[in-house]
Design a protein around this ligand. Structure first.
Ligand code: CTP
Ligand code: CA
Length: 226
């Protein structure tokens, strides 16, 4: 049974999981965000903890409860998520970036509520830091696992992200597939990794899928984890 494995292959390891959306403030009452529910990330964290890892779950704002066996670190913006991950990075053996990090934030955060004006309006956006890329450039022994939610050319884009971000694995997700992606309880993904690893997973409950993904990665890595 996936929630009660007999072996604890991640015992003694620290696993950091990011989950949920980020919120990028516009003014005190408004923000930019996305549809991430946090379910896949929370499932990854629960699976890691159930496999014996000391698990840190760094989460943007979501409406689900954290698993009882993980340490929850709530954050709001991409910058806060980056800071929280970097605090844990040196001592982590695995980092799983499930979060749907906003790619852009408002260039200016208004300290008072913006008032509407006649006619059109513009909010100038600037890029957030790509947390996974940042970790990819800093990593020493950490295993880096990212996600890629795509609507087309899924494997092509996932392999590009694997390379560009210096990740070890990317879990590719076709969000246009029924019952896959944002907000759903199920998902179907393909794990892509270095050395042309490509493993397709059946359509599964996110908790079961998370467990199978971690078990597969552990098996692929075997003695490499420290
Ligand atoms: N990611 C991140 N920091 C960002 C943006 C993305 O760490 N600012 C991570 C995500 O957590 C995920 C991976 O990068 O693990 C891929 O995210 P995705 O949005 O699919 O890729 P992007 O590089 O942002 O490309 P695009 O949105 O243009 O497809
Ligand atoms: Ca993105």
């Amino acid at each position: 049974e996936y929630f009660a494995p007999k072996e604890l292959p991640l015992k003694g390891q620290k696993v950091v999981v990011t989950a949920g959306p980020t919120r990028e403030r516009i003014d005190p009452v408004r923000f930019l965000t996305n549809f991430s529910s946090g379910k896949m990330g929370y499932a990854m964290a629960e699976a890691a903890a159930n496999l014996g890892a000391e698990t840190i779950l760094i989460s943007g704002p979501v409406s689900i409860d954290a698993p009882s066996n993980v340490k929850l670190v709530p954050v709001e913006s991409a910058q806060e998520m980056l800071d929280a991950v970097l605090k844990e990075f040196d001592t982590a053996s695995i980092v799983i970036k499930t979060a749907a990090v906003a790619d852009y934030k408002p260039k200016e955060v208004h300290s008072q509520k913006m008032k509407k004006q006649p006619g059109e309006s513009t909010i100038v956006l600037e890029r957030t830091t790509d947390i996974l890329s940042e970790l990819g450039s800093r990593k020493t022994k950490q295993l880096l696992i990212g996600f890629a939610a795509e609507t087309n050319d899924v494997l092509h884009y996932a392999k590009g992200k694997l390379e560009k971000k210096n990740a070890d694995y990317i879990i590719a997700n076709d969000v246009t597939e029924a019952g896959s992606g944002f907000g759903t309880d199920t998902n179907s993904v393909t794990l892509v990794g270095k050395h042309d690893v490509e493993v397709h997973f059946p359509h599964l409950n996110k908790k079961e899928l998370a467990h199978q993904l971690l078990q597969t990665i552990i098996k692929l890595e075997k003695d490499e984890l420290k």
